[in-house]
Design a protein around this ligand. Structure first.
Ligand SMILES: *[C@@H]1O[C@H](CO)[C@@H](O)[C@H](O)[C@H]1NC(C)=O
Ligand SMILES: *[C@@H]1O[C@H](CO)[C@@H](O)[C@H](O)[C@H]1NC(C)=O
Ligand SMILES: *[C@@H]1O[C@H](CO)[C@@H](O)[C@H](O)[C@H]1NC(C)=O
Ligand SMILES: *[C@@H]1O[C@H](CO)[C@@H](O)[C@H](O)[C@H]1NC(C)=O
Length: 199
């Protein structure tokens, strides 16, 4: 019962499903072990198929690591853990043709019970290989939205500026009219004020 206590917590995280052409792609497959399975042998099988195609065995661990002849030849590497909870492989130098469905089948069995597996698990990874990194659909959309917003804001600013300019020049006209009225008043007042002095 002390087995699970000291080992790090095992979490069955799903794999990434997008790879960039020319990079190394880790096909993540985690199959957490139950306590009673610790002394069992683990068999790992990796299959590949194209959309609508047939599963082809490309990699296997059965006491030894073995890469089967396939179009992946020389490009598959074990990238799992010693305790056989992480049974991932890495595809080196991914090509566009590596898109497809990868299956990771894990079987745990005791030597004396080979035909009655203790546990099996199966994971599918739908891999898409893209030519270049970045620029997913949502980021492209938000970029377009930003440009539209910028153009709209610029137009709105221009319209507002023209409108304000007209308003200001009209206001200036009225101010000038008022100013002449206003300037006229003190001179009248002056005259009015000057009248009593003269008398
Ligand atoms: C194995 O996976 C790690 C990431 O978990 C990665 O850094 C490393 O390059 C991989 N090994 C190979 C041979 O690709
Ligand atoms: C990756 O593939 C390209 C051609 O597809 C090849 O020129 C290059 O040498 C390969 N690199 C590695 C590390 O295998
Ligand atoms: C990729 O697949 C296409 C057809 O689907 C084929 O013509 C081409 O030769 C393949 N390329 C490689 C590098 O396997
Ligand atoms: C992988 O395991 C699942 C479940 O045990 C099974 O249904 C499936 O046929 C296996 N896949 C292959 C290609 O053997």
């Amino acid at each position: 019962s002390s087995v699970g206590v000291c080992s790090p917590v095992c979490v069955e995280v799903p794999s990434e499903t997008e790879a960039v052409q020319g990079s190394h792609m880790k096909l993540l497959c985690i199959s957490c072990m139950k306590r009673e399975e610790v002394s069992a042998n683990t068999v790992v099988e990796w299959f590949y198929k194209t959309e609508g195609g047939k599963d082809e065995l490309i990699y296997e661990y059965r006491k030894v690591y073995h890469e089967f002849p396939s179009r992946f030849s020389g490009r598959l590497q074990w990238n799992g853990s010693k305790d056989m909870q992480d049974v991932s492989i890495t595809v080196l130098n991914v090509t566009l043709n590596d898109s497809g469905i990868y299956t990771c089948n894990v079987t745990r069995e005791f030597d004396f019970e080979i035909h009655r597996p203790l546990f099996t698990s199966s994971r599918l990874i739908h891999l898409t290989v893209v030519e270049e990194a970045g620029e997913d659909f949502t980021s492209v959309i938000s970029e377009i939205m930003m440009y539209i917003l910028l153009v709209f804001l610029t137009l709105w600013l221009l319209i507002e500026m023209v409108y304000c300019y007209r308003k200001v020049s009209k206001a200036e006209e009225t101010v000038q009219e008022n100013a002449t009225d206003y300037l006229a008043i003190p001179s009248e007042n002056k005259e009015n004020c000057a009248v009593p002095v003269e008398e």
